[in-house]
Design a protein. Structure first.
Length: 432
């Protein structure tokens, strides 16, 4: 019995091995980064709690129109998230250090309580599997199943400890660079706000990891559910603090008010433009595109907020050190913006004078862009761009080509505007 088997089928191990502490003790120990694995599990379980508590519809406050009455997809996503948690917990239980010292504690959570949570999750996976054998799950059925699931999970001390860990005011659940900045500084409203955004960014990092590893992305909705809940709580907390400080707070009040407003705007855009439609998206490409766009929207804007707030406490802070990917994102976004501007100029020239020289110049630039900077576009934009490139390349008749180039030019204007609105480009106006 191996870790690989767990990834493929959690239930198979439960039934075949008869999961128990005794069974675990017979498994050869493996080396696992237990604290990191438990932190990831905590963030996933926090997402499960938020997703299930919202009845599988965590973004209902921004939904327009009638929702799909069948929540079978939502229940399947809940099952997939719990499977991941079961796998993480199993790796912790077979870790050589945990087996050597069963009385150990992690983040104040007794190691002896983890097997109980693991058994409970595995039992609930059977229940979800049985429910998913039907073709339809109504909203009331989902709520009944979710309430039962949460009641079982919340009866486990390890679950309560792990879910609360995500929101705990400790440096362990912050990105490493944010934790290093916060550590040792005098408490203040701005420092507290930096920590709040840092905890949200730590959850978003899991989504980024899924994108990098090309993992199935539908379960990321569970993580976005936690981000949505955490950001809503953060905005309410900041608004209360702004009201309490009032004008006497001066620059601090303005900073917190700005952070609250920006977070609210960016969250609304990510939810309304990407996350609301992700459940009904069947195409893996469509799911990837929406997940990538929502992740970039939230992570980049929240990183920008943290950077601005950090520099108010220490003007020597380097954004590139705070977030090492910040410099790369800035450079490729600036390069992308410049190249789109160049392509737009060639497109206008080819539309005005559609001779061989103009179209050849446009095609050459499009070919160069397609093998280089196109990767800096969001996935959802690449397909549209490539379709235009192909149409322009194969169309020979001027009367057919001019309307295509005209539509392409209009598309480029929109795309250029969208790239220019990236959070990382704030403070970097375009210079032709």
């Amino acid at each position: 019995m191996t870790i690989g088997l767990i990834e493929n089928d959690v239930e198979a191990l439960v039934s075949d091995a008869g999961f128990s502490t005794a069974a675990i003790s017979n498994i050869p120990p493996v080396a696992v980064n237990v604290p990191q694995t438990l932190l990831e599990t905590a963030r996933w379980l926090g997402g499960v709690d938020a997703f299930a508590s919202a009845g599988g519809r965590p973004f209902a406050d921004q939904r327009i129109g009638t929702a799909d009455p069948n929540l079978r997809r939502e229940l399947r996503i809940l099952q997939m998230a719990l499977r991941r948690c079961a796998h993480h917990l199993f790796t912790v239980l077979v870790d050589e250090s945990a087996k050597a010292d069963p009385s150990s504690e992690f983040f104040g959570i007794a190691g002896s309580s983890i097997p109980g949570l693991s058994r409970t999750i595995r039992g609930e996976l059977f229940q979800l599997d049985a429910a998913l054998r039907g073709d339809t799950i109504t909203a009331s059925e989902f709520r009944f199943i979710a309430d039962g699931l949460l009641a079982k999970l919340r009866s486990e001390p390890a679950y309560v400890g792990l879910v609360s860990l995500v929101d705990r005011e400790t440096s362990e659940n912050l990105p490493r660079t944010v934790a290093a900045f916060v550590e040792g500084r005098e408490p203040s409203p701005i420092l507290d706000t930096i920590s709040l955004f840092g905890r949200i960014l730590a959850v978003l990092d899991l989504v980024g990891g899924m994108l990098e590893k090309d993992e199935p992305l539908k379960p990321a909705v569970v993580l976005f559910s936690k981000v949505h809940a955490m950001t809503g709580d953060l905005i309410e907390r900041l608004n209360r603090r702004v009201q309490r400080l009032g004008e006497a707070g001066g620059a601090v009040t303005d900073s917190l008010d700005g952070a609250s407003y920006t977070a609210a705007v960016e969250l609304k855009k990510a939810v309304s433009q990407e996350l609301l439609g992700i459940m009904a998206t069947r195409s893996a490409i469509g799911v990837y595109a929406r997940t990538e766009a929502a992740y970039a929207q939230l992570s980049e804007s929240f990183q920008q907020i943290v950077t601005v707030l950090s520099r108010e406490l220490d003007d020597t802070v380097d954004p590139n050190q705070m977030f090492p990917n910040f410099a790369a994102k800035l450079e490729y976004s600036k390069r992308l913006r410049q190249e789109l501007h160049s392509i737009a100029k060639l497109s206008r020239a080819a539309e005005e004078n559609c001779d061989k020289a103009a179209t050849d110049a446009l095609n050459a630039k499009l070919k160069e862009f397609s093998v280089s900077s196109i990767r800096f576009l969001f996935y959802k934009d690449i397909e549209t761009f490539e379709r235009f490139v192909e149409e322009i390349r194969v169309t020979r008749q001027t009367k057919d080509l001019v309307p295509i180039i005209h539509r392409f030019g209009a598309y480029l204007e929109t795309l250029f505007a969208q790239v220019s609105m990236r959070s990382v480009l704030e403070g970097h106006p375009f210079e032709p």
